[in-house]
Design a protein around this ligand. Sequence first.
Ligand code: GLU
Length: 169
Amino acid sequence: MCGIMGYIGDRDTTKIILDGLAKHEYRGYDSAGIAVIKDGVIHELRTTGRVHQLAEKAAKEHFNGDFGIGHTRWATHGGVTENNAHPHMSSDSRVVLVHNGIIENAREIRADLEAEGIRFHTETDTESAVQYLAWVYKGDPKEAIVKLTKRIRGAFALVIMFYDKPNEI
Ligand code: GLU
């Protein structure tokens, strides 16, 4: 069972998210990650280790941002690798998300998007959702998310950020 987090507020974004992920640890996980947006740019940090290792990495890199999301993963699609760890970002760097669950028609969505020239970078079912969102995103997150929920099948809880929507999750 994975854990998902999102934080918007005046406090230390990275610390709040990492503390939240640590509280989810008892549920079990194989990898962890965090993404923040700072001045309109998405930054990610991921590891196949424990949350405290992610925290050490974050401290070393002075990793922080204006708001963010986090994830502890229990892999269902794709191996336990740093590259498959969430959050996942679209190839155009405009959308980033974490996902709990399974997207059953991920292969079909991936094939359609690859035929449109979009390059995938992971083995996960989740990537199909973020690439699809970026594909349909024209500046209105709600409109894009409604399109996404009509396209994907399965069980999913998603926490999503768009690069140009400050303080919106
Ligand atoms: N199906 C996704 C993956 O394998 C999410 C798994 C989860 O809920 O942690 O990355």
